[in-house]
Design a protein around this ligand. Structure first.
Ligand code: 5AD
Length: 348
């Protein structure tokens, strides 16, 4: 599929044509990654952030939210709860929090690796090379960093650099791959200034980067942020931040990157609380990342408003998600569910 064709599919709204695209994506998903839906327990370990991203509620200048940083024991308890919920992976995510230093994260990884069979995924922002290397050596398996958009001018407009250090996220992802991390990335869909041509480029970039995981969700305006409070005038050819566009992007990504892991994201489940996960799973997704953050911290990790499950416990969230997967006639993945683990072994 060339860029023009991807662009045409992204804009498609004819229900008959859409069904054709979605069926094709679903068939590719079934053939390459099977029926299993892998569950990754998402543990939001700190909401401190050094960055000033124009769209994210955790931006450093947001003085209206209390900040928290989980202790080692809280993180270990969280990881063990993920394991008890039947998940094969714990994803530790935070703002770009240099208060969680190299040694702290190393110790967390070592303890999780010693005390549980979990795969460990890190999603801690643009951290330094020596940190990434040490964490990989300590046993971290995967790293997630969305490049958010392949349009460099748009990226720069919404991601003020930290000091004078501007990080090229594409180079960063290649570095992670060379360190041996299973590497994940992704974009927001419908960020102001994103055109259909840009989104088509994003999807072709996923393919050329040969990513192990690709996450996509709708942009959800946060009123406390620069973009949310003063949105720019809509650009010509602005991508819609709606469910159909997200599903089209998911389906195209599955078709172009057939064996990658693609989550039905929390943001998608947030704009369609009743059916968001199911829609994602039917359009190419094979992963869900249920939140296992302790209840008292969930409301403080609002990268966007109205996030699902902020008043639930980890066990409740897990049970609900598992029931929804079974109701969607899919199976629960077992084990870590990495890209190169044979999927037949991970199905029930
Ligand atoms: N709407 C949707 N997604 C968002 N993210 C951050 N802020 C928002 C928002 N307002 C996404 C980014 C980030 C991921 C952790 O959450 O893509 O990489």
């Amino acid at each position: 599929m060339n860029k023009k064709q991807v662009e045409v599919w992204l804009r498609e709204r004819d229900p008959v044509k859409l069904q054709e695209l979605w069926n094709r994506a679903d068939a590719v998903r079934r053939k390459y990654v099977g029926e299993a839906v892998h569950l990754r327990g998402l543990l939001e370990i700190s909401n401190y952030c050094a960055r000033q991203c124009a769209y994210c509620g955790l931006f450093a200048g947001n003085t209206s939210i209390p900040r928290y940083r989980m202790t080692i024991d809280e993180i270990l308890t969280g990881a063990k709860r993920a394991m008890e919920c039947g998940f094969g992976t714990v994803v530790m995510q935070s703002g770009e929090d240099y208060g969680m230093d190299k040694a702290f994260i190393t110790e967390v990884i070592c303890r999780i690796k010693t005390e549980t069979p979990l795969a460990v995924t890190l999603s801690l922002g643009e951290r330094k090379d020596d940190e990434l290397l040490e964490w990989r050596n300590a046993g971290a398996d995967r790293y997630l960093l969305r490049f958010e958009t392949s349009d460099a001018a748009l990226f720069d407009a919404i991601h003020p650099p930290l000091g004078r250090r501007r990080v090229d996220r594409i180079a960063f992802l290649k570095k992670l791959q060379s360190m041996g991390y299973e590497t994940g990335s992704g974009v927001m869909i419908g960020i102001p200034g994103q055109t259909y041509a840009t989104l088509a480029n994003d999807i072709l970039l996923f393919q050329s980067l040969d990513l192990d995981m690709i996450g996509m969700g709708p942009y959800i305006p946060h009123p406390g942020t620069r973009l949310g409070s003063t949105p720019p005038a809509a650009c010509e050819d602005q991508v819609a931040a709606d469910e159909t566009t997200v599903c089209n992007a998911l389906a195209l990504t599955r078709i172009l990157c057939p064996d990658t892991n693609i989550p039905a994201t929390t943001a998608l489940a947030t704009i369609d609380k009743a059916h968001g996960y199911e829609e994602g799973l039917a359009r190419g997704a094979n992963v869900i990342m249920p939140n296992v953050t302790p209840k008292q911290y969930r409301a403080l990790y609002q990268i966007y408003p109205s996030k699902v499950c902020i008043d639930e416990t980890p066990e409740y969230t897990a049970k609900l998600v598992q029931e929804r997967i079974i109701a969607a006639h899919r199976t629960i993945g077992k084990g870590p569910g990495g890209r190169f683990d044979a999927h037949t072994e991970t199905e029930e």
